[in-house]
Design a protein around this ligand. Structure first.
Ligand SMILES: NC(=O)c1ccc[n+]([C@@H]2O[C@H](COP(=O)([O-])OP(=O)(O)OC[C@H]3O[C@@H](n4cnc5c(N)ncnc54)[C@H](O)[C@@H]3O)[C@@H](O)[C@H]2O)c1
Length: 381
């Protein structure tokens, strides 16, 4: 019988729903050692909050997230707010002795991210960051194939994460404000592909160059129609990398790429083979094995839905009964619960220190874009 674990969640919109669903579902599909109890939900909108709590089975709700720190019954706190609150809320919860599971990017600035890393290092509680794409079965399989040596020496890493919702018709929100978000498409989308690149290769970025951060829509209408406000974050951001192990990389993020709704891709090319992942076809991993017979060598389209052979797939449906966006969150939560109980996750979980390393790469790209020059990572601490 799994021990109950009281959880509090801060944030009740997009990620609030994705995470609430994970807490509700995880015990149905995984034999978890701890059973999350939806104890308290916190967010700003008091009217929506009560209905949200009822719909998603949260026992208590509050518009004051600080209440959570003072409540000894709560062991795990999930921070799913806009980026500028990640540091303040996470550090308060760590100081109160709780485990913290925070959304990405780790913070809105490198400085805030550093304070989170340092607080985590000094705390008793464990930390985790919602880099959920690591736990799509195709990405977790790619992790295993790289370690099995399928690629040989990795030469070339190519990531792009393209969306289309950020055109001029989209009204102002926190996502377009530097003081809250930190950056635009960059921190939102490049954060995921930089994490995936570091996770899959096991290598670290040593230098960033050639970065371009561009704001196409410089002013947006306010949602209440009362006027317009300036946008001070990038709509698209591109950069190149050298990895410590010798590989080269390219990364692109955009919110203004019509036709690409959530095209989160990562490709690895090595001395023996290549792998490609594209979230818009998330159940598939494209595999090129240079060791195949020359006459029939080519890209294989591997459906990562076999319960017997593919990470996480066995917890869900019969083979080829495909998974979706929400399953990555449930898979990750299952691993978090195993880790909190002292066990090993299926593939490694990112903690605050790990996410801080990703944040350093993001910061180096912003510096490179401003300076127009290459930025060694050891300059960005
Ligand atoms: N892992 C992913 O794939 C993924 C996807 C989307 C967003 N995110 C991240 O999740 C976080 C939240 O994004 P979202 O899309 O859910 O945003 P959102 O705007 O949909 O929701 C933000 C929530 O935070 C709450 N909030 C804001 N200020 C607060 C305060 N002072 N006190 C308490 N609650 C407060 C709001 O009430 C709202 O419920 C961001 O860091 C974002 O980068 C991650």
């Amino acid at each position: 019988m799994a021990r109950p674990l009281n959880v509090a969640l801060i944030g009740q919109k997009f990620m609030g729903r994705a995470h609430s669903n994970a807490y509700a579902q995880v015990g149905h599909f995984f034999d978890v050692p701890l059973q999350p109890v939806r104890h308290t939900i916190a967010a700003r909108n008091a009217e929506e909050l009560a209905a949200f709590a009822e719909r998603w089975g949260w026992q208590h709700h509050t518009t004051n997230w600080q209440d959570i720190a003072a409540n000894d019954a709560i062991e795990l706190v999930d921070v799913a707010t806009p980026n500028h609150l990640h540091a303040e809320a996470s550090i308060a919860m760590l100081a109160a002795g709780k485990h913290v599971l925070c959304e990405k990017p780790l913070a809105h600035t490198l400085e805030a991210a550093r304070t989170m890393r340092d607080a985590a290092a000094a705390a008793q509680g464990k930390t985790f960051v919602w880099f959920n794409y690591r736990r799509c079965p195709a990405v977790a399989l790619a992790y295993q194939l790289v370690r099995d040596g399928l690629l040989g020496e990795i030469h070339h890493v190519r990531g792009h994460y393209l969306q289309s919702w950020g055109g001029a018709q989209t009204p102002m929100s926190w996502r377009f404000k530097k003081s809250i978000a930190g950056s635009g498409a960059h921190g939102d989308l490049n954060a995921h592909i930089v994490d995936m690149a570091r996770f899959l290769t096991g290598d670290e970025v040593a230098e960033v160059s050639g970065a371009i951060a561009k704001t196409f829509v410089t002013e947006r209408s306010l949602p209440d129609g009362s006027g317009t406000e300036e946008c001070d974050v990038d709509d698209a951001c591109l950069f190149l990398t050298k990895f410590a192990g010798g590989a080269v990389g390219s990364f692109e993020a955009s919110r203004v790429a019509p036709g690409h709704e959530n095209r989160n891709t990562l490709e690895l090319n090595g001395s023996k083979g290549s792998l490609k992942f594209d979230f818009e076809d998330m159940n598939v991993l494209s595999v090129f094995d240079g060791g195949d017979a020359p006459a029939t060598r080519g890209w294989k389209r591997v459906m990562c839905t076999s319960g017997e052979h593919h990470p996480y797939a066995g917890q869900w449906w019969p083979d080829a009964h495909v998974l979706g966006y929400e399953h990555g969150f449930v898979n990750m939560l299952a691993d978090v619960l195993v880790a909190l109980d002292g066990g090993q996750p299926v593939v490694p979980l990112p903690d605050f220190d790990d996410a801080y390393q990703t944040q350093r790469v993001l910061e180096a790209a912003l510096i490179s874009a401003t300076r127009g020059a290459a930025v060694p990572l050891d300059e960005v601490e």
